[in-house]
Design a protein around this ligand. Structure first.
Ligand SMILES: [Zn+2]
Length: 299
């Protein structure tokens, strides 16, 4: 027996009979159940063998109830947005020390111009879709570590997360230092066969870095390494993939452009450096001393 031939139960028959015979009768006036205003029109229905009154609130109460419902919905939405934002912020790789450091905690009168450039960079960062074509940023100094590059890079991430209000996906940011990148990759080499089935592989690491909406590569060239071929090959894979996908990077280094080029490329090649330089579209910020000087000639 197929479904169409299944006989109706007595309950279903009664229900159908009621629907079939329901009929709207004349309206009558009554009192709003919420605020007791008089002369509110009620609809009276005959449903099968009974009569029902469709009670309704007065227009003012209906508007209040609707406004409360909307505000509840909006609150629930904002709570969800703030959970997602917090999760993305806590898992993107910003070092713990910089989780609470944003533009507002950056020392004033120190690197004001760099601060301003980074603030507009974060304010203009496209949200919603992959920020294809958005330029990269290169923050560098040669005189000292600790002049605020990592602070500014982290502040850019915080500002981008804060600007996201729930429209489309939350921007996916990956923040990691060059030493950490190579430590993570190298750790994959010592996995046992069982571990390598469940832990991230070198490919997984590169893929997650390459596909992020924004990649912050902090402390480039900070730790001297013997295996420079491996370093350059890995960095080329990342830079080249992001160059081809038109996705931005924020790079910080204690290397001027000339020394960054030596770090990234085995002379005489310049493939990585040239791509990165093109991606920055001139956004190369020197942060030595108290003064800000933009750029730096490519040597
Ligand atoms: Zn009312």
């Amino acid at each position: 027996m197929n479904e169409a031939e299944t006989p109706l139960t007595p309950n279903e028959k009664h229900w159908l009979w009621n629907i079939w015979h329901s009929q709207r009768l004349e309206s009558e006036l009554g009192i709003c159940p919420s605020c007791s205003s008089a002369n509110i029109e009620f609809q009276v229905w005959r449903l099968g063998d009974g009569t029902i009154r469709k009670y309704q609130n007065c227009p003012d109460c209906r508007a209040l109830i609707e406004a409360a419902r909307r505000s509840e919905e909006e609150t629930a939405r904002l709570v969800k947005v703030s959970h997602v934002r917090r999760y993305m912020r806590e898992t993107c790789g910003i070092p713990p020390k910089f989780m609470v450091e944003d533009f507002s905690t950056f020392k004033a009168g120190w690197q004001d111009k760099a601060l301003e450039v980074c603030q507009s960079y974060a304010d203009d960062f496209p949200l919603g879709n992959a920020p294809r074509g958005y330029p990269s940023l290169y923050l560098w100094s040669t005189e000292s570590w600790g002049c605020g590059k990592t602070h500014l890079a982290a502040a850019i991430c915080h500002r981008v997360f804060d600007r996201w209000t729930g429209k489309k996906g939350c921007p996916r940011i990956v923040f990691l230092s060059e030493p950490e990148l190579f430590r993570r990759i190298q750790a994959t080499y010592s996995f046992s066969r069982e571990e390598s089935n469940v832990r991230e592989s070198e490919d997984d690491i590169i893929k997650s870095i390459v596909g992020a909406d924004l990649l912050v590569l902090d402390d480039v060239g900070k730790e001297p390494r013997k295996d420079m071929q491996f370093v350059r090959r890995t960095l080329f894979a990342i830079i080249n993939a992001r160059y081809n996908a038109l996705l931005p990077m924020v790079v910080t280094a204690n290397l001027d452009p000339g020394r960054l080029k030596e770090h990234l490329d085995e002379p005489p090649t310049e493939a990585s450096f040239n791509r990165l330089w093109e991606m920055t579209d001139g956004r190369s910020i020197r942060m030595d001393g108290r003064s800000y000087r933009k750029g730096g000639k490519v040597q």
